[in-house]
Design a protein around this ligand. Structure first.
Ligand SMILES: Cc1ncc(COP(=O)(O)O)c(C=O)c1O
Ligand SMILES: *[C@@H]1O[C@H](CO)[C@@H](O)[C@H](O)[C@H]1NC(C)=O
Ligand SMILES: *[C@@H]1O[C@H](CO)[C@@H](O)[C@H](O)[C@H]1NC(C)=O
Ligand SMILES: *[C@@H]1O[C@H](CO)[C@@H](O)[C@H](O)[C@H]1NC(C)=O
Length: 357
């Protein structure tokens, strides 16, 4: 009852409202704070999945999912007998939407897909996928980790059933993410974790549960992190998500073009055009060189930060015929000059390593 604790609660709930407004959820009760996007997907897998999936039911994913949107479904399909089906890429190196449409059948119970790929930089037509899935009564979960920080995401327009994102990719702190769930679905779901304020009444032999979102927020919540995420959202909103997106589409195209002008560079994902917008990142390999060598030299000799490895997308890398790739990822604070510096540094790095051949 102390005013400081009441103030903390108010600020925490205000942060929930900010998240709801940011993705245009109709009610802040549809926002569940989790520790990250991975936990949000596990919440849906264990709560909704264990309740609704039966042997022979199908869950459709793409080969380009992040491990966070693959492994939870593997764990839950082992328990329920549900079957995982994967959509591969088409010749433009994006998940094949025509195949996905064909794969959706009355057996489909869930389609769980990324919005923007963290490797291919491609964007899936979620609204279309939702219409197809809803036609057969299936639900759709959108892994929006790579879209929410970079573009306007409107959950009512997408009409998806679940959507997850992560604070640390949108200028907020680590240790917090969120699940958006349609209220009727959240209402129908049992708790994922037990204890703390997720209860209504606790008896020695059973408990009754609070209404969502509290039902899914067991334990002391990450109050400070949620409030800080709210501040990050204020910051992004002040700049304006349409402006951020427009700028990043241009920057992403510039990165792609500059990078593809270098010899022996293979960039993954679609070629940008009037109609194909890439996210502001490029995953690539240089013929004959290991991405970790590139990343190490770029860091130590040029102060350029890129990532190397499988980017938590091993099935996708295997599909592309490689074990790893290098990835340059940009945000709205990067400039074309940053891209130029990176490309000059990469050319220098490549000639350094090639001089030993
Ligand atoms: C597309 C995608 N999905 C899921 C995740 C997992 O997010 P988190 O690490 O916050 O659980 C990430 C980032 O790591 C991602 O890029
Ligand atoms: C949020 O969704 C509602 C319902 O679809 C729509 O009328 C409204 O314009 C949206 N808000 C914004 C800011 O886009
Ligand atoms: C992400 O969520 C998982 C599952 O709840 C948790 O184990 C992990 O510690 C979380 N990461 C952070 C940075 O909080
Ligand atoms: C991938 O890794 C495996 C195991 O380390 C190795 O045998 C294989 O040659 C690697 N493939 C490529 C394309 O680097």
């Amino acid at each position: 009852i102390h005013y400081l604790s009441a103030k903390a609660t108010d600020e925490f709930e205000l942060a929930r409202k900010k998240v709801a407004r940011f993705i245009n959820a109709s009610d802040s009760k549809e926002i569940v704070f989790t520790r990250n996007a991975t936990e949000a997907i596990n919440l849906v897998a264990y709560s909704w999945g264990l309740l609704n999936l039966k042997p022979g039911d199908e869950v459709i994913l793409t080969v380009a999912e992040h491990h966070s949107c693959i492994v939870p479904w593997q764990l839950v399909s082992e328990k329920t007998g549900a079957v995982l089906k994967y959509v591969m890429l088409n010749e433009d190196e994006v998940p094949d939407i025509d195949k996905l449409r064909e794969m959706i059948s009355p057996k489909t119970k869930l389609v769980a897909v990324h919005h923007v790929s963290n490797v291919l930089a491609s964007c899936l037509p979620i609204e279309e996928i939702v219409v197809c899935a809803h036609n057969v009564g299936a639900k759709v979960l959108v892994d929006a980790c790579q879209s929410v920080p970079h573009m306007v995401v409107d959950v009512q327009k997408l009409n998806a059933d679940f959507l997850v994102a992560s604070s640390h990719k949108m200028c907020g702190p680590t240790g917090i993410g969120f699940l958006y769930g349609r209220s009727d679905l959240l209402q129908s779901m049992p708790p994922f974790l037990g204890g703390g304020d997720m209860i209504s009444d606790v008896f020695l032999d059973h408990s009754t549960y609070a209404e969502p979102p509290s039902r899914f927020e067991a334990g002391t919540p990450a109050i400070g992190e949620a409030i800080a995420l709210g501040a990050a959202i204020d910051y992004l909103s002040e700049i304006g998500m349409p402006k951020i997106h427009e700028y990043e589409v241009e920057l992403g195209k510039y990165l792609y073009e500059k990078l593809s002008s270098l010899p022996d560079v293979r960039i993954y994902g679609p070629r940008p055009s009037e109609s194909v917008h890439r996210g502001a990142l490029s995953s690539f390999n240089v013929e004959g060189l290991h991405p970790t060598d590139l990343a190490t030299f770029l860091d130590q000799q040029h102060g350029v930060a890129i990532r190397s490895g499988h980017h938590c997308a091993q099935p996708l890398h295997r599909y592309l015929g490689v074990n790893a790739s290098a990835r340059a990822s940009l945000y709205f604070y990067n400039t074309k000059e940053d891209v130029d510096s990176f490309v000059v540094a990469l050319a220098d790095t490549v000639s350094f390593f090639n001089s030993f051949k």
